[in-house]
Design a protein around this ligand. Structure first.
Ligand SMILES: CC(C)(COP(=O)(O)OP(=O)(O)OC[C@H]1O[C@@H](n2cnc3c(N)ncnc32)[C@H](O)[C@@H]1OP(=O)(O)O)[C@@H](O)C(=O)NCCC(=O)NCCS
Length: 303
């Protein structure tokens, strides 16, 4: 089974590691910022074996209501601050037109009057005008192919908190997991930059297929596009830091190529390969978890 990393096996009702105990804090709740017409009928009915969220009291906010102006603006502010460095903050119209109207915005929120100083100081005081303050966001939008969704954004306040001990460990990973669980998503596409630390998270929600390795129509060509078949076992392995025992029984590394994610020509070589064949290419989740920048990255295909 490998190392347990603080996994408390005695807490049968919730198989999360102790480092994620913040989720049990009644002043932290998952939220959905979702217009009424898009309501999900039976949240959690696809990943039924996931025991992380079903007992939590979900905060439901309506983005079409004027009373939610401050909640929405805090989400945008969180995104603006987190994406400032990569120059990809989301304009309000993208948030509304591409996220809130067609999709689901979700995450975790902290009761404002109980916000610890380390989180509070991320926001300008004049913005903290609502009872609950969003501290993460995940946006998922349904695709034309009704079986698939696209992950449009993931942000966690942890990226803006200086001291490690003040961070809520797993907030980013669990925010995405909660949205996927709540919305009953089975297959998820998404985009991320090869050098983004978020890749470590994205690759660990299930089988991780590479749809593009080099993406010139994106404003950052060194973006990769992925498709993921979601599995709760993969989510648990993220926290346990264990490998999928079946991965090498089902996949083999291609022998004549490894990827150098910092080399554009290498990305283009893989992209050409993807375009020239029907073969599906995958990354090994635990290898991505260890970081992709320093070592050549193996690319796998099904056996
Ligand atoms: C990427 C992001 C969502 C991760 O959320 P988070 O709450 O910090 O991460 P979690 O606590 O859920 O994940 C924990 C793991 O990710 C790792 N991690 C998180 N941020 C990291 C970083 N900047 N560099 C390296 N590792 C990082 C942690 O070290 C930890 O791994 P470990 O258990 O091996 O120590 C967050 O950093 C963020 O909002 N970044 C800015 C916006 C962004 O880039 N979004 C992704 C767009 S695709």
């Amino acid at each position: 089974m490998g190392e347990t990393y603080g996994y408390d096996w005695s807490v049968k009702s919730m198989s999360l590691p102790k480092r994620c105990d913040w989720i049990k804090n009644p002043d932290i709740r998952p939220y959905v910022f979702l217009r009424k017409d898009n309501r999900v009928k039976e949240p959690g009915s696809f990943l039924k074996n996931c025991d992380w969220f079903s007992h939590l009291d979900v905060l439901k906010r309506d983005p079409l209501s004027m009373t939610e102006e401050h909640f929405g603006k805090l989400i945008l502010e969180l995104d603006r601050l987190a994406f400032k460095k990569s120059d990809m903050p989301m304009p309000g119209w993208v948030f509304y037109d591409c996220g809130l109207i067609p999709g689901v915005v979700s995450g975790f929120a902290y009761r404002t009057e109980k916000l610890p100083e380390s989180l509070k100081k991320v926001f300008s005081p004049e913005l903290l005008k609502t009872d609950w303050t969003p501290i993460s966001l995940f946006i998922a939008i349904p695709c034309v192919n009704r079986n698939e969704w696209v992950a449009h954004n993931l942000t966690s306040i942890n990226s803006l908190v200086e001291k490690k001990e003040d961070k809520l460990y797993g907030l980013g990973f669990l925010s995405k997991a909660f949205g996927l669980w709540y919305e009953n998503i089975e297959k998820l596409c998404g985009m991320t930059q090869w050098v983004s630390p978020a890749l470590k998270l994205h690759a660990n929600y299930g089988d991780f297929e590479v749809l593009t390795a080099y993406t010139p129509v994106h404003s950052h060509a060194e973006t990769m596009t992925y498709r993921c078949s979601l599995s709760f076992e993969a989510w648990q392995r993220f926290f346990l830091k264990t490998q999928n025992p079946n991965f090498l029984k089902e996949n083999e590394a291609i022998k004549d190529f490894t990827l150098d994610v910092k080399n554009t020509e290498s990305l283009k070589t893989l992209q050409k390969r993807i375009e020239s064949t029907d073969v599906k290419y995958f990354l090994k989740p635990d290898q991505v978890r260890q970081g992709v920048e320093d070592e050549p990255l193996s690319i796998y295909q099904r056996l």
